[in-house]
Design a binder for this molecule. Sequence first.
Ligand code: ADP
Length: 468
Amino acid sequence: MKRNLFLKILAGYLIFLAIGFLVILTFTSTKTYTYLEKETATDLYLEAKTLSDGYVSDYYSNRISLSDVKNILSALDTYLDASIWIVDTKGDILIASSATTYGSIEFFSIEDFGTSYYQIGTFYGLLNEKSLTVYAPIVSGYKISGYVLIHKSVSSITAYGDGFLNIAHLTFIFILLLGLLPLAALLLGILRPIKKIKKGVDSYAAGKFDYRIDLSPTDELGYLAASLEHMASRLGTQEEDQRKFIANVSHDFRSPLTSIRGYIQAIMDGTIPPELHEKYLTVVLNETDRLNKLTEGMLELSKYGTKGALLDVSDFDINQIIKQTVLSFEGTCLKRRISFQLILTNTELFVRGDMSKIQQVLYNLIDNAIKFSHADSTITIETTVRNDKVFVSVKDTGIGIPKESLKKIFERFYKTDLSRGKDKKGTGLGLAIVKEIIQAHGENINVISTEGVGSEFIFTLPLTNLPL
Ligand code: ADP
């Protein structure tokens, strides 16, 4: 993986390098040569103009001799590295800076220059190589009597440009080489943590969720490593939870099954005499009831997956549901002389939610309150409204919940040691179901409890806009 990424970045850099070079070789050189041609043409034109206005004009008006002009031209030829001709309007070469070129320019016409003061070529085939030619007219007595022509070979201009471009190429290469240093540092700075992260991910894939990637979260990669560690630790606890869950399920199913098997075997082999059969078959029946309850509870819980259960939402009167649920416990309460106190806000209090599921929540909470209450006590159920929320509280003055158990009572199969003796039929699933239902509604449930004093469970529901 490391090599792959490294090669990709390096390849990208090399492609950038090649494109950069291509741009310098084509675009930049063309621009440089054109610029140099124009500059040289302007310079040479100024020279030609100075000549036509000065020495050549002087010669035409017989102020200096031909040999003087020739000397000046040949000196200028050497200085400019260009040949200079004086021609008349018909194209006859009158004077040339280099002695070899004399004669007539066939088909000479100054109009061939067009609107420009220079042209590039071999000038009517007279020059050996491609040259830049500028002209300046010689005016004497208000009329053009000839032209000063200066030719400079294009190769000498490009040679000058090449010198500049070579410097540009070298600078470019130098910058690129220098750029390799931070690139290498950056790559190393990225590749090393990536290697560490990969090792961590491999460990998590192999189930080692406690592996530490060991990257300080100072940049994006550090944060990524921290997120992965967090994810792994959650996966780890989930795996642990699942193990615990299976252990609890097995335990809770095994104990009733063992007792059922024991009693039936004892009945069959005659250990339990026929007159006691009914008594022990009732115990067996109770145990099968418990198994039934367990299965139902688990089926209910399985509805609440990660996506939550589908709710059949409607607006309903929570006060009405509370009264209805309380009524269904009348028989049990009468036996233990437990009474209910209902402190309900308004006569009707409309909330939004899944009515039958909320009824199940109330049923489980009231069932627990009764189970863990002492005889002759009161259970208080209260509804209050605060900030568009209805708070429903179920409060008892029973055995209470030990502080260390408070966090765990909503876990599946959890029962406090206090309750084990009091409630043999309990599955430890009731509150887990309550919590799932309330969470599926996007609401909260809390518990306040003191051991030996009592417990209060409070959950919220959204108040609807219906008139109170
Ligand atoms: P169970 O079916 O055993 O009642 P729950 O999930 O409803 O299962 O409750 C889990 C445990 O929480 C109970 O076994 C009990 O120890 C404790 N608990 C729940 N409600 C109360 C309460 N009102 N008073 C005291 N303990 C409670």
